[in-house]
Design a protein around this ligand. Sequence first.
Ligand code: SF4
Length: 296
Amino acid sequence: MADVSDDRAALRAELLTWVRQNQELGMEWFLDEGAPAEGPVSAPTIAPAPSSAVAPAANPAAPPAVQPASATTDGKDAEFQQSCESFVAETLELIRRHAAAPGSQSSDATSCETLEVIQAEVAACQSCSLHESRANTVFGAGDAAASLVFIGEAPGADEDRQGQPFVGKSGQLLGKIIEAIGFSRDDVFICNILKCRPPSNRDPQPDEVAACESYLKRQLAVIQPRVICCLGRVAAQTLLKTEAPLGKLRQSVHFYEGIPVMATYHPAALLRNPDYKRPTWEDVRKLRALHDSLPA
Ligand code: SF4
């Protein structure tokens, strides 16, 4: 008969392994207040979508918005809900004004273009010097008709090896962020501004962005998302052609080719700095609320 103390030791070892694996994956990122995780975590629960007062064009087919389990009783969260509703109302007004402005609509959409056609062009592209050092192009992945698109700056080493966007630890964390707001990776589209890895993961250069940007524009013209989320400072600054800091860019909505754009921290930054967890959780909840308030 097995020794009880052996069983306990084995159980303890398994639990410690589980905790370590989850901490390495950053799974607890949205379940605390931004501090490093100390106690047990609770799963998010589904809450009603934003009120109709700020959601004039709510999409009835969209899954409901997501809040953490403690949201309804947490004072801070009530405060956040209010600021979220104000954000959505102000943003909808901004979008309405932007849509009414002359020349604000994208003109790149073509009726016969498909992602497969663009992907084949990207795979053979030699328009900038990055083609010389790449192992694979990284076109992007997800739903070709996604209502939400996440955009990073460029592939890293894992992505270059596998030809897929956001794999590795930060990619796994992005998957959990996406799930936390009620989507799966298959529901959204994930891509980068550059389709080839810059050497040593350096920032994209202006000539590389200029050479590669047409692919992104064409991808977005095919997908026609309701909203875009830029992941990290470099992606946001590059896409929006601004030098404004990420902290400022996170505060409001922007536009790219007529599509509303929000910005938040890159998942890799969350792995390095737990203080970004709380603001990122707030950003993505605002993103979800805005998404649900926009017409399909
Ligand atoms: S980064 Fe873009 S433009 Fe440069 S080679 Fe790759 S696909 Fe072509």
